[in-house]
Design a protein around this ligand. Structure first.
Ligand SMILES: [Zn+2]
Length: 170
């Protein structure tokens, strides 16, 4: 398994090596990344999977993995997800990580995260005082299909994208 911390740190439950501790202090990785990386390593060990990062909001944790790595991460019958839910006390979603460069990427990510609600489109909005945010358009009739509260999903999306994301019902 590839992770944002080294193999030695994956195998311990203790402190981090100086290099990984520095990443944590600089905010390149989070406490949650370290925790999820170690739990995943216990579950999937040397499987050919890349764990990229984890974000959380409300009672939801999103685990981002490399292309094609979702099924192994989830495990047979969702057994890894169930184990992670027990350990973290939160609901878990595993998604393929997306490098966000524009609205198409935000749309792909939002489509994944908001399922079974559909995403109608994504716009960039220019704020009056400068700066931009992404507006994800969802049909009002799909509001009830959102897997989580809109605020939780907005927080998750903003953390992944690294820029403000708002959900708008049309
Ligand atoms: Zn390390």
């Amino acid at each position: 398994m590839k992770a944002p911390i080294c193999e030695v740190c994956l195998k311990t439950d203790d402190i981090l090596c100086p290099a990984d501790e520095k990443k944590l202090q600089e905010g390149i990785i989070s406490e949650l990344d370290v925790k999820v990386a170690r739990l995943l390593y216990k579950l999937i060990g040397d499987a050919d999977v890349e764990f990229k990062k984890a974000v959380e909001a409300g009672d939801l944790v999103i685990i981002m993995v490399g292309e094609g790595d979702v099924p192994i991460t989830i495990g047979k019958g969702g057994k890894n997800i169930k184990a992670l839910m027990r350990e973290l006390g939160k609901r878990i979603r595993v998604i393929e990580s997306v490098e966000v460069k524009g609205t198409d990427d935000v749309k792909k990510l939002a489509t994944d995260l908001l399922y079974p609600a559909g995403v109608f489109g994504v716009n960039i909005v220019y704020k009056p005082g400068g700066g931009t945010y992404y507006k994800v358009l969802v049909l009002s009739r799909d509001r009830k299909k959102l897997p989580e509260k809109a605020e939780v999903l907005e927080s998750i999306l903003s953390q992944i994208v690294g820029q403000e994301v708002k959900i708008n019902f049309i």
